[in-house]
Structure formats: structure tokens, C-alpha cells
Design a protein around this ligand. Structure first.
Ligand code: BG6
Length: 510
């Protein structure tokens, strides 16, 4: 994992600075789906940010591949519009687009029009890229992943020679269940070696997710407490206020479990629960992640709550229920929410439940990990007005707030012993003056320099699917779907899941 943060300035104290990162090697960045939304919204802005940071080689170029009938000029215009949009919506203040950077970029963009399944497209592509290093980015619907990689194999485009790399970045969803993920992995491995495959999970591009490992393993005081002797339970929340948006077709066949759990939620869990790797080497990190995911005990049906949003209110505005959304089946049983109680069967975590939940149309947008510590012994306070001790909680805020909060008790000033809960907070944006990013910069740059630490290996992906596979098998069972009003904390059944263990969820809404 190479930091692309060139300089991190602190407000107080002297924080160590990273060494300036090196430029990427020369090469061609080929985007399948170059005319699509992901390319415009995230990939082109990320490449622009890398260019602004001076991290791209002068012999860098972009080839967009798509079937849409348009000229290279039109494509460049689309990218330019997208960049203007992106730069004007960054943070609170508007940042003008750097036209000098755009000039540099635009002279390096080419367009290949063709079908992803047609050999002729690959023959043309081979001419365009010649003998350069290539990254093939699959920003396409999942049904094309296998076919594109087959064609890269047949055409020789996937073939590496001494000193020339060929890498493939694959978006999610990677499979739709365990069997299809295993089959897709096997298909990719017919044309590529594992080290050429970069399976992306955009959560790993988030600074705050990467920071979990730094926080745990670079500080002396967290790790000694990070185990079943001191931790009561862990809550992982990935809550959104958006509904299904314009993605009815994709979401109806997918649902919250497939969309969020084997990938994003499992990555958050793995970062929180894994053992320290021996180095930041890609395989060392991914070995540990896989080990902890494999240690998750098979989930029981009573430990899972599936939910679907009904009509409700979001930010004061009425919104329709999932079944009333355009393009959704009025009898749909697709879940938009899931909560699970997971048990990790290893020496560090046995007996410490990990409660995870994710959903759309919830009370707030919030991704966070809450580490709940065991309560201190009460004996000392027996003869005081304190009736119970509040447990310590450490909150890792992933988004939209980025930082860490420690919650603990302190004596309320006064003649008698009364305790109040207080909070100590580290806020990323207050400490580090970093320009906003799409989250894809680090991932693209890491692929360019051949660092796969932040990408998922085949066994990581399969271990994630193995955890949710039983839930997919019960999804048609009657009664295995609860409803919740849009804008709420989720279904009541999810509260009951924790109440059974005499615990409760932290509130999502403020
Ligand atoms: C995507 C899911 O992978 O992640 C979306 O397909 C979800 O349904 C999104 O909205 C959440 O990402 P983020 O970065 O906004 O938390």
C-alpha cells in the first residue's frame, strides 16, 4: 500500500511525513466501458488528480473502449464536462479545473469503438496499445467480465513479457453467490495469473478504511486491548439515506446482502479483526484477512434480519417505499437492509459478537465501526449516586465524518460523585489538509506500481461469499423479510437481535 499523500500538514505538533511517492511506470490505461458513468464520475477525475499530483509518467495514455457511436473529440468533451463538474463540487469551495493538466491529459486520450465480445475490437485495441504496459479496467456490467478476459487471453493482450506488464482491474459485483464467484475466478485464471488480477473494492480506497490498520498497528495502546479479554462486542454500520436510485434493474436481482456484505462490510470486519501481518506486502496482508474471514462461524438463521424500506421521510421530504420505486416489482422481496450477528472462532475473538448492519433509506448516511469495551468493575462506586458505569466505546468514523472518537466517563464537577459520558475526538479534516479525492486515486496508482495490497485476492472474495451464502439460500423463505419506514433506524427485528443479548445498536440518526 503506497501512500499517494505527498505531504500531510498538521496543525499541532510534528507528525511524520511520508516520503514523496514515485511516478507511475509508462503505460496505457484501457477502460472498457469508457463511455459509462463510472468512468466519467470516478475514473477520469481520479486520473486527473494523479496528473495534478505529478504522479503519471509522460508516456501515459488512456484508451477508452465502448460500443457507443462517438468521436474521440466527443469523448474528450464528455470527460472535460465531467471534470468541470467534479472540480466545482469538491468540498465547500469551488476549485477551478486546471486547464494545463487537462491539456496534458486530453492529448493522451483515444477511443476504440466496438463490442466487448467481438474479436475485431481486440485486434484494434492491440494496435492502439502496441508493446506498452497496460492496465485494463473493466468498468462494465458484471456479465461482461468473463467474456472480456477471455478475449484479452485469446488476442494475446493479456500476455506479459519481460519488463512489460498486463494487469486487469475488475469492479464488483464479483459473482452473485459463492458458486458463481468460484466459477468466475476459475475462468479468469485461464487467461491471467492471479498476480495480474486486481479485484477492486472501493471501500479500500477510502483513507479512513486504510487508517484502521495504521491506527491498530502503529500505536502502542490499542493493540494490547484489542481482544476478547477487553472487548465486549463490535458494531459495524454502513447506513445510507439514498434509496435504489436509478439502479432498479441491478438492485432487484442483487439486494443489500450481495451488494454490500461479502465485499465492503467484510473488508471493514477483516481490517478490524485481522491479526497483524508480518509486513505491508500484499500477500502478507491478504493472508491475514482471509484467515479471519475463514474463522467466521456459519451464521444461523436466527442471527440474520433482512429488511425492506417502506414509505417514509428523508431529510424532511416524503419518499416512496421500495416497492413503489420506478422499475421495482410491487411484490418485490429484495432486501434493502440486512443485520447479522457474526462470531469469529479464534483465540482473539471467541465470545465477542460482531454485529453488522447495512441498509438504504436509513436515518442518516453513516459508516462506522464501534468497538464496545467491557465495563469496569462497579464495586468502587457502590456507595455513590452512580448507579451504573457506562462502557467505553471507540468509534472509527469512516464516512461522512472521518476520524476517531473515544467515549469514556469523567467525574462531573461538584461535591458528590457523579459520572458523565465525555468524548475525545480526532477529526481527519482538522488535522490533515488534503484535497478531496474520489477514493480511486490510491487504487489506480497502486495497480500502476504493481502493489495489490488494497485489492482482493480470489480467496478473500470466496471467503466473503462463504459468510453470506446461507443467507442467500433462505431469502425466499416466508417471514424472512421485515419492513421499516424510510428514514428510520431499520426494522424492529434488528433491535430485537441485539436486545436478546442485552445490548442495543448505537443510533444512526442524530
Ligand atoms: C456500492 C453499492 O458498491 O457502494 C451501492 O453498489 C452503495 O449500492 C455504494 O450505495 C456505497 O458506497 P459509499 O462509498 O457511498 O459508501
Amino acid at each position: 500500500m503506497e501512500s499517494i499523500v505527498a505531504s500531510a500538514s498538521s496543525q499541532i505538533g510534528d507528525v511524520g511525513h511520508e516520503n514523496a511517492p514515485r511516478r507511475s511506470p509508462p503505460g496505457t490505461f484501457v477502460i472498457f466501458g469508457g463511455g459509462g458513468d463510472l468512468t466519467r464520475r470516478l475514473l477520469i477525475p481520479a486520473i486527473y488528480n494523479l496528473a495534478c499530483a505529478g504522479l503519471l509518467d509522460d508516456h501515459f495514455s488512456i484508451v477508452a473502449v465502448d460500443w457507443t457511436d462517438m468521436s474521440t473529440g466527443q469523448l474528450k468533451q464528455n470527460f472535460h464536462d465531467a471534470l468541470k463538474n467534479f472540480t466545482s463540487s469538491r468540498g465547500t469551495e469551488s476549485v477551478p479545473l486546471r486547464e494545463d493538466v487537462w491539456e496534458w491529459m486530453q492529448s493522451r486520450i483515444r477511443y476504440v469503438r466496438g463490442s466487448f465480445e467481438d474479436e475485431a475490437t481486440y485486434a484494434q485495441l492491440a494496435q492502439e496499445v502496441g508493446e506498452t504496459n497496460c492496465i485494463f479496467y473493466l468498468a462494465v456490467a458484471a456479465r461482461f467480465f468473463g467474456a472480456i478476459v477471455d478475449q484479452l487471453g485469446h488476442s494475446g493482450l493479456a500476455h506479459e513479457t519481460d519488463g512489460m506488464f498486463r494487469r486487469v482491474i475488475i469492479e464488483k459485483p464479483f459473482g452473485s453467490d459463492l458458486a458463481s464467484a468460484v466459477a468466475l475466478n476459475a475462468r479468469l485464471l485461464k487467461s491471467l495469473r492471479e498476480r495480474q488480477i486486481y479485484r477492486i473494492d472501493h471501500y479500500l480506497g477510502k483513507e479512513t478504511v486504510q487508517n484502521i490498520l495504521a491506527l491498530r498497528f502503529s500505536n502502542g495502546f490499542f493493540e494490547p486491548l484489542w481482544n476478547r479479554d477487553n472487548i465486549d462486542h463490535v458494531q459495524i454500520t454502513a447506513a445510507e439515506t439514498v434509496g435504489v436510485e436509478q439502479r432498479a434493474k441491478f438492485y432487484e436481482g442483487t439486494g443489500a446482502v450481495r451488494d454490500m456484505v461479502p465485499n465492503h462490510v467484510m473488508q471493514l470486519l477483516a481490517m478490524t479483526a485481522m491479526e497483524a501481518p508480518t509486513s505491508f506486502d500484499a500477500d502478507a496482508v491478504r493472508d491475514e484477512k482471509t484467515k479471519v474471514l475463514k474463522a467466521i462461524h456459519a451464521v444461523g438463521r436466527e442471527d440474520v434480519v433482512r429488511g425492506q424500506y417502506g414509505a417514509g421521510t428523508i431529510k424532511g421530504e416524503p419518499v416512496v417505499g421500495y416497492r413503489e420505486e420506478p422499475g421495482i416489482n410491487p411484490q418485490s422481496r429484495t432486501e434493502t437492509y440486512v443485520a447479522m450477528k457474526l462470531r469469529i472462532d479464534n483465540w482473539r475473538w471467541a465470545g465477542v459478537p460482531f454485529y453488522v448492519r447495512t441498509g438504504k433509506r436509513l436515518a442518516a448516511r453513516k459508516t462506522e465501526i464501534a468497538i464496545h469495551f467491557k465495563s469496569a468493575p462497579y464495586a468502587l462506586f457502590r456507595d455513590t449516586p452512580v448507579d451504573k458505569l457506562t462502557p467505553n466505546i471507540m468509534l472509527l468514523h469512516i464516512q461522512p465524518t472521518e476520524g476517531v472518537t473515544m467515549q469514556f466517563s469523567a467525574k462531573i464537577p461538584g461535591p458528590t460523585v457523579h459520572l458523565g459520558g465525555v468524548r475525545m475526538k480526532f477529526d481527519y479534516s482538522e488535522w490533515f489538509k488534503e484535497g478531496p479525492s474520489t477514493g480511486y486515486e490510491t487504487l489506480i496508482y497502486d495497480c500502476m506500481i504493481g502493489d495489490a495490497t488494497l485489492f482482493q485476492r480470489a480467496d478473500n472474495i470466496e471467503a466473503g461469499w462463504r459468510v453470506v451464502q446461507p443467507v442467500l439460500e433462505w431469502e425466499r423463505d416466508p417471514g424472512f423479510l421485515h419492513f421499516y419506514p424510510a428514514g428510520s433506524e431499520g426494522p424492529k427485528a434488528a433491535d430485537d437481535l441485539l436486545a436478546r443479548d442485552h445490548r442495543h445498536w448505537l443510533k444512526i440518526g442524530s
